[in-house]
Design a protein around this ligand. Sequence first.
Ligand SMILES: C[S@@+](CC[C@H](N)C(=O)[O-])C[C@H]1O[C@@H](n2cnc3c(N)ncnc32)[C@H](O)[C@@H]1O
Length: 279
Amino acid sequence: MSLRTMARGLVKGVTWKNPVVNLAVHAVDPIDSIARRIGGRSHLPPYSIRARSVGIRNDIGGSEFVQVGQRMGDLLRTYAGLTPESKVLEIGCGCGRNAFALASHLNDGNYTGMDIEQVALAGARSNRLLRAKGFQFDFLDVRNDAYNPTGRYLATEYVLPYADQSFDIVFMVSVFTHMLTGEVRNYVRQIARVLKPGGRCFFTAFLRDGRDDRQFPFRAEEHSYANQAIPGIAVAYSLAFLAATFAGSGMKLSAGPVWGTAHHDALQTRDQDIVVFSK
Ligand SMILES: C[S@@+](CC[C@H](N)C(=O)[O-])C[C@H]1O[C@@H](n2cnc3c(N)ncnc32)[C@H](O)[C@@H]1O
């Protein structure tokens, strides 16, 4: 067992919530700040904020943060038809990893990001570059056992505060990964409502199909999960369930699944599977 594997086994859950880890993560901020300045990435949020939305990584200076965001931008162009004119909603945008990448893609289009975790979201919201681009970031106080356990509204019944048929693309990177069956069902209905006809929903998820059951050993309703105490830490779904749920809202599979590197390695959480549904 490698040191990395052992460390991951010791620090389970949303890692920044562990007080010792949190302290260590903040201690990295000054070094990260210097590395970002040298690398021309001073505009990115500090390491301790990035860790809240993308986990603890060996990414001092933020080059991986930028690369992954850019890869998502490319995937959105390839699989969801993102153009510079697209009107885009990102659900669970965190501190803006994908927003930074889209800032150079979108011209006449626009970007709205929403999240339920205040601190990471504030990192994106207060960013001058993203503000200058007109990007909007909304905090929505929806409950999630991993990210916002005291949230006011239930994800099972929450109505997203966006008009019907107002977006070309709704996307989520590692968000259904933290949501339970009834929550996914409601969000799919909401997504179908806010998408324009022909619009697409692109998301990354852990698909259960062909995966080793030991990665997600617990089961409730349609979701399998990895952490018995806090199911929302990592959740997997079958493609059949997702397809049936989207079909219930008049949407059909239009791309994928594109299998991520995480499909056969529970510890490699970087590349989840990708699926796209269109309305
Ligand atoms: C692993 S992070 C990914 C952040 C971002 N998508 C990225 O790629 O950098 C998961 C995000 O999903 C958000 N989230 C969890 N449940 C949510 C919900 N019900 N609605 C919206 N966002 C949610 C969390 O607050 C967190 O920011």
